[in-house]
Design a protein around this ligand. Structure first.
Ligand code: F0G
Length: 489
């Protein structure tokens, strides 16, 4: 099973190597070095196998966009880690306890208690998923011409800012823009750039954000020290600081592993400190809520919370259910307790790293070090014969589907290259993300993925670029249709 090779931590300080070894080996409940899935399987879902010809046809029918495939035709689905996790038997049992009262349901109060205990925020506003929290927050506080800084905004966050006429500005540190550079906290925000922005006369910044972990930058964590630096700047310039907390538990575990002085703390303790440094958060419970649907907006500010709740009633639902069923609130409450358990996080981070090691050993360029929820292949580096505006990420995603039935996602020029004014520019990086659903796939599935990806990349010179046949003006990656370009050689 997932054997931790302790020299993996050669990436960091030599002292940290020792500390990590002790950390992993001293738990007397885990006497051997092999890290196992900390669960057994009670219910299974059959996979459907297809032939290469069937996949070629399915992809053509889907306009060469894997978002438009029927999921049944996918063997291993690494499109996203969002809402695709397996719930525990305790979560399913909690579902039966759901109170479906329209107002004041018991499930809301349980959810509210768990979220408040974790985050410490005053107002907990349930939403049907993360982007609804974003939409409500940004519509409440943004005006045209405002700027919202973040390490990197993810797709829906950016779109929900731009739809208000505001600018989503990415201020990740330079290392966070370079796939191969190794740094323990590549999700950190560049504090110098943030200070300069806040200091600019006339710049209108209603809030500062940080995404933990930084999804569009490779699932990279943000250090506590960096969050403290953001807090200090926000205090100096009197700005609210809001976390995009989708993967807060993975971020907390990376802090435990990599940040000096944090190794003996529990993940939940670190997570509480992360939340305490901000004034609120948006959250997709489909990630580190270990649920299939749900999210929340959490705020300390009474005025913002009042306005957000009014908007919630307009578009989501009454403030004690906010677009969710009572049973969803139960599943999330339980999920938030399970996600910070150390054996879970150790398995989660290690199993992602396990896939990374196999790809790196085969010479495949990936974002280093590997993220918590996904591996990001550097498609631009792998496919230098395809220019960014011919979408190297799409070429690799489509080849992985055709050859192996694996579905991944482009995080590059298709997702981020279209400006609000309709012009197109290459994104900072052209990545292909292999997102690992939580508690779903076993080690042999991951071995299959590694074998298949290595085989596909061995023939990467033959892969064709693509052109867009049709696309909507916003969030085009979800529904665009493509056509492969004729091979050059
Ligand atoms: N913020 C981040 C960092 C995200 O990764 C996502 C979703 C959202 C916000 C929005 O949350 O989906 O519940 O509305 N990311 C998914 C992904 C879809 O595949 O990475 P949502």
């Amino acid at each position: 099973m997932y054997r931790r090779d302790l020299q993996v931590d050669r990436l960091f300080h030599p002292q940290q190597q020792d500390r990590l070894a002790i950390l992993l080996l001293r738990d007397s409940r885990m006497p051997f070095r092999t890290i196992i899935e900390p669960f057994r399987i009670k219910s299974v879902e059959a996979l459907k196998f297809t032939t290469r010809e069937e996949r070629v046809r399915a992809l053509a029918d889907a306009g060469h966009n894997v978002f438009l495939l029927h999921a049944e035709d996918v063997l291993i689905d690494l499109l996203t880690d969002s809402g695709t996790g397996a719930m525990s038997s305790a979560q399913w049992a909690a579902i039966m306890q759901g109170d479906e009262s329209y107002a004041g349901g018991r499930s809301f109060y349980r959810f509210d208690r768990v979220v408040r205990d974790l985050t410490g925020y005053k107002h907990i506003i349930p939403t049907h998923q993360g982007r609804a929290a974003e939409r409500i927050l940004f519509h409440t506080v943004l005006s045209p011409g405002d700027i919202v800084p973040n390490n990197n905004h993810f797709d829906t966050t950016r779109a929900n800012i731009e739809v208000e006429g505001a600018e989503a500005r990415d201020l990740v540190i330079p290392e966070g823009r370079q796939a191969a550079t190794i740094h323990p906290f590549k999700g950190n925000l560049d504090l110098g750039l943030l200070e300069r922005l806040l200091d600019e006369p006339g710049s209108r910044v209603p809030l500062v954000m940080a995404t933990v972990t930084n999804n569009s930058g490779g699932g990279q964590p943000v250090a506590l020290e960096n969050l403290r630096g953001i807090r200090a700047l926000c205090d100096r310039y009197r700005k609210p600081f809001i976390l995009d907390a989708c993967r807060f538990a993975e971020n907390a575990y990376f802090i435990k592993l990599r940040e000096p002085g944090q190794g003996s703390r529990t993940p939940v303790d670190i997570a509480r400190e992360m939340f305490s440094l901000a004034d609120g958060c948006t959250m997709s419970a489909k990630k580190d809520g270990l649920a299939n649907i749900g999210g929340f907006l959490a705020l300390n500010d009474d005025g913002w919370a009042d306005r957000a709740r009014n908007l919630l009633i307009l578009t989501e639902g009454f403030p004690t259910y906010g677009g969710l069923a009572g049973y969803d609130l139960e599943a999330i409450a339980r999920g938030l307790e399970e996600v910070v358990e150390e054996p879970y996080l150790q398995y989660r981070i290690r199993s992602t790293e396990y896939l990374a090691e196999k790809l790196v050993a085969a010479g495949i360029p990936i974002v280093q070090p590997p993220g918590g929820h996904a591996i990001y292949i550097d498609a631009r580096a792998l496919l230098p014969h395809i220019t960014p505006l011919e979408y190297p990420g799409i070429a690799l995603v489509n080849a992985m589907y055709i050859e192996a039935g694996i579905r991944a996602v482009e995080i590059g020029t298709v997702m981020f290259g279209c400006r609000p004014d309709g012009t197109e520019t290459p994104a900072t990086m052209d990545l292909v993300r292999l997102a690992i659903p939580r508690r779903v796939y076993t080690q042999s599935h991951i071995d299959y993925v590694a074998e298949a990806v290595i085989a596909v990349t061995a023939h990467s010179d033959d892969l064709p670029g693509h052109r867009i046949v049709s696309a909507p003006a916003m969030l085009r990656h979800f529904t665009a249709r493509f056509e492969p370009l004729p091979a050059r050689r």
